[in-house]
Each structure stands twice: as structure tokens, then as C-alpha cells.
Design a protein around this ligand. Structure first.
Ligand code: DLL
Length: 431
């Protein structure tokens, strides 16, 4: 463990620490962020009288639009001179949401990332090839500094330039691959074409994959292609970046670092706080953030939180894989569908490549329209019968997910590859 004093806390001690830090944070936000002072006053909340989580639930939620409304410098509790770094997320429309960090915030984040790597089994001396985008996106610098703090050698290749990426991985003997899962699948596809043998030519042993939803089946494909353990890492720019939660070596849910993040689970529609173990929207509070405190921040991500002790000995609560965001959910003929569920069905089928796209079109809302790229060797084999294959895929989706699907088979290599986060859903209604 990188930070045993925090990582070994039992449930009671961890929850006590959370409450103690929470009380201070509420007071800090009230005193230093005009938006929070106004909201607490309006809701008649006395920031000095928060005794438990029920009291805390009387504070209104913070949402992404609150950050947008505070463009350009974001929600801020310190003067600009104390801001050491800014990041921003692109967002789909309008102005980016900007997030800020003091020196202490950066240290906290980098240490959380070091802890995140170590929990996944990465050690001092590992060679980390960091293919996350460097820049306003938090992936690049977050994975970069965390690896340095842990004592690894970092190769900041950043995203793209796949040929050079593969050459460096082989020549440098990289042992850890930090990437979006879709880029890892892309590398796995590109390597043999460039003449590499994924298992013989590379020394990768652990993958640190996140920034987008991915299925268990995608994990199995990545693990068997590279011969590595592929660990899931979760985070978001508003909460520092990556490193909010990670799978330990047991890969049985992602530990949320409870000494820094308080998580509540709410009903997305009503906003009601749900009891422990329920499935719902994750709502986060950062417990020590200086520059940009966020109280009860609605993530829009849906998951279940489990507080049982893990085999690794940690009590830091675990979220089971985040299947998707409430905003990504499609309703097809009355059934709720997440893109990652479609991936689960597709990737179980032989002959399907790693690439697909879900098309949402006003005219065919009663069924899923999915473009599925056929895997190259199957495409060239005499067994390939497009009509029968499309029918089999459509039937499987109907059987597993109870939705009707229109399958459009695509030739190998024709669905555009993305180097950062994959674009799996094309919503024609928004274009
Ligand atoms: O994606 C930070 C990050 C970088 C996380 C690298 C992990 C690795 P944003 O661009 O702000 O930040 O996007 C955050 O991405 O609310 C989720 O919807 C989604 N997301 C992130 N990690 C996962 C994951 C970074 N492991 C948004 N599984 C979040 C599912 C994820 N979804």
C-alpha cells in the first residue's frame, strides 16, 4: 500500500474521519464560496450544525451547470494567485467547465494517483507508458505525476502516433500501459499489422484503463490479447481527474478513496438518498479540496456502492463497474439500454471486431440501430454469411436485452478509430 495509514482504516474509523472532514468542508465552503453561502442560507442550513449525513442531505446538490455558470475560473474558494493549475473538460456544447487546483490539491491528487497505481499492483521501478492525452484533459498529467510519485519511470507518449507508440513500448520494455480501454483495443489490433507479437515483443504486465465505460468482455479481450491484468480506473475532472476509484488486484469493484471522497447514492429522478447497497447516481463531495470545493456534486454516473471489507483488506467502499451515465441511457421501445450492455452482448460473439457504433435516429426509436464491424479473419473466411450473421446478432440482442435491433454489418477497418475516449453513440437528433 502506498498510504497505509489511510488505506488500512476500518469502516468505522473511515466513516468517522469522513464526518470530521465533512463538517470542516461545509464550513469552509460556506465561508469561502459565495454560491454555497447563498444556497445554505436559502435552504436555512446552519453550516456549523451538520452532525451527521442526514443533516448533510439538506444541502442542495451541485451540478455541472453550476461550474459552467462560473466560467472562466470555476467555483473557487481561494484567490487566483493561489491557483497552481487549471484543467478543463471539453463538454459537448458551449464553454468548457474549468477546474482549478492549489499546490496542496495537486499534491493530494498526485498522491491519490500513486495510491491508485499501487493498489492495482504497479510498483516502484515499473515503466509506465502513458497514452492518455496531455493537456486540458486530466488523464495525461494525472497518470504522469502519480507514476512519478510512486517511483516509476514514465514515458509520456500521450495519445496517438500508434506506430511510434508500439515501437517505444517494445524498445523501452514498458511494463504498464495507461490508456483508455478503446485505445488499448486499438493498439491490440494495430500491433500484429505492424509485425509485432503482442505477447512476445512486449513486457506489459498491468493496464490502467478508464475514462469511459467498458464491459467485462472488453476486459477479457484486452487481457488475453496482451497477456496482462487490465484494471479499471474511474475519475472525473471535477474531482481532480483520474484516481477517484480503482480496482485493486482482486478486481472485484473499484475502491473509492473514502478519506478524500464522500459518496452518496441517489435516485436520479427524485434526488432522494438511497440506502447502502442501492443502485443509483453517484454524488460526490471532496473532503479536503482547497481551490474548488464541491458539495454533493451530481456525477450522472450510475453504480452500486458496497461497504464490505475487500479481500485486499481495504474498507474503502467499492463501486461495481460504472455501466454508464444517466445522460447516455437510451430508451428503446420502453426498455432502458446502456451502450456498455450492447458491448457485452456483441463482444461475446465470435466474428465481431472490437468496433461498433450505436446510431440514435428519430425515425427508428423503437429499435436499436447498430453498426457492427466484422472481424477481419472471419470476414475473409468461407463461413461468413452476412445475412445469417446479422440475423444471429439481432436475435442475441433481442434475447439478452429484450430490445429489437437493426444490425448493419461493416467491413473491417471502416468504423472510425478514436485515440482518446471512444465515440460509441452517434445521436443524429443532436446534429
Ligand atoms: O475521464 C478522468 C479520467 C482519466 C478517468 C483517465 C480515468 C482515467 P472526464 O473527462 O471529466 O474525466 O470524464 C469523466 O468519464 O463521469 C464517467 O462518466 C466517465 N468515466 C471515467 N472513468 C470511467 C470508468 C476523466 N472507469 C466521466 N468507467 C465520468 C466508466 C468512466 N466511466
Amino acid at each position: 500500500m502506498f498510504d497505509p495509514a489511510m488505506e488500512k482504516l476500518n469502516k468505522e474509523d473511515l466513516q468517522n474521519l469522513q464526518l470530521e472532514r465533512l463538517k470542516k468542508m461545509v464550513k469552509y465552503a460556506y465561508d469561502n464560496v459565495p454560491m454555497y453561502k447563498k444556497r445554505m442560507n436559502e435552504a436555512s442550513v446552519d453550516p456549523t450544525k451538520i452532525a451527521n449525513l442526514e443533516d448533510y442531505a439538506s444541502i442542495p446538490f451541485t451540478v455541472k451547470d453550476d461550474l459552467r455558470d462560473h466560467y472562466p475560473y470555476g467555483i473557487r474558494a481561494v484567490p487566483l494567485e493561489q491557483i497552481n493549475r487549471l484543467h478543463a473538460s471539453s463538454g459537448t456544447t458551449g464553454k468548457p467547465t474549468v477546474v482549478s487546483y492549489t499546490t496542496n490539491d495537486l499534491n493530494t491528487w498526485h498522491r491519490l494517483m500513486a495510491r491508485t497505481y499501487a493498489a492495482a499492483g504497479v510498483e516502484k521501478g515499473d515503466i509506465v507508458q502513458n497514452t492518455y492525452g496531455y493537456g486540458l484533459f486530466t488523464g495525461g498529467l494525472g497518470f504522469h505525476y502519480g507514476a512519478e510519485v510512486l517511483g516509476c519511470t514514465v514515458i509520456p507518449t500521450a495519445t496517438g502516433n500508434t506506430k511510434r507508440q508500439l515501437m517505444m513500448a517494445k524498445d523501452m520494455g514498458s511494463t504498464v500501459l495507461a490508456a483508455t480501454p478503446s485505445y488499448a483495443l486499438f493498439l491490440a489490433e494495430a500491433a500484429p499489422k505492424e509485425g509485432y507479437d503482442l505477447k512476445k515483443d512486449f513486457k506489459f504486465r498491468i493496464g490502467m484503463f478508464g475514462a469511459e465505460p467498458w464491459s467485462e468482455e472488453a476486459r477479457q479481450r484486452i487481457e488475453s490479447a496482451f497477456g496482462i491484468r487490465a484494471n479499471d480506473v474511474y475519475g472525473m475532472s471535477e474531482l481532480y481527474g483520474p484516481g477517484v476509484a480503482v480496482e485493486c488486484v482482486h478486481q472485484n469493484g473499484l475502491h473509492i478513496w473514502g478519506d478524500e471522497f464522500l459518496v452518496e447514492v441517489i435516485d436520479t429522478d427524485t434526488g432522494e438518498v438511497l440506502p447502502e447497497g442501492s443502485h443509483g447516481e453517484l454524488v460526490f463531495t471532496m473532503l479536503t479540496r482547497e481551490a474548488m470545493p464541491l458539495l454533493r456534486y451530481r456525477s450522472r454516473d450510475l453504480a452500486t456502492v458496497n461497504w464490505e471489507e475487500c479481500e485486499c483488506g481495504r474498507y474503502h467502499p467499492r463501486i461495481m463497474r460504472v455501466k454508464g451515465r444517466s445522460d447516455d441511457m437510451l430508451i428503446i421501445g420502453g426498455v432502458n439500454v446502456f451502450p456498455s450492455q450492447v458491448e457485452t452482448v456483441l463482444m461475446k460473439m465470435d466474428g465481431v471486431s472490437d468496433h461498433y457504433q450505436i446510431i440514435v435516429d428519430r425515425d427508428i426509436l423503437d429499435k436499436l440501430h447498430i453498426k457492427v464491424e466484422v472481424e477481419e479473419s472471419f470476414f475473409r473466411s468461407s463461413e461468413y454469411n452476412p445475412e445469417a450473421f446479422a440475423k444471429a446478432l439481432s436475435e442475441e440482442l433481442t434475447a439478452v436485452m429484450t430490445v429489437r435491433a437493426k444490425i448493419e454489418l461493416m467491413d473491417p477497418g471502416t468504423i472510425p478509430r478514436t485515440e482518446g475516449k471512444a465515440k460509441r453513440v452517434i445521436d443524429l437528433r443532436k446534429q
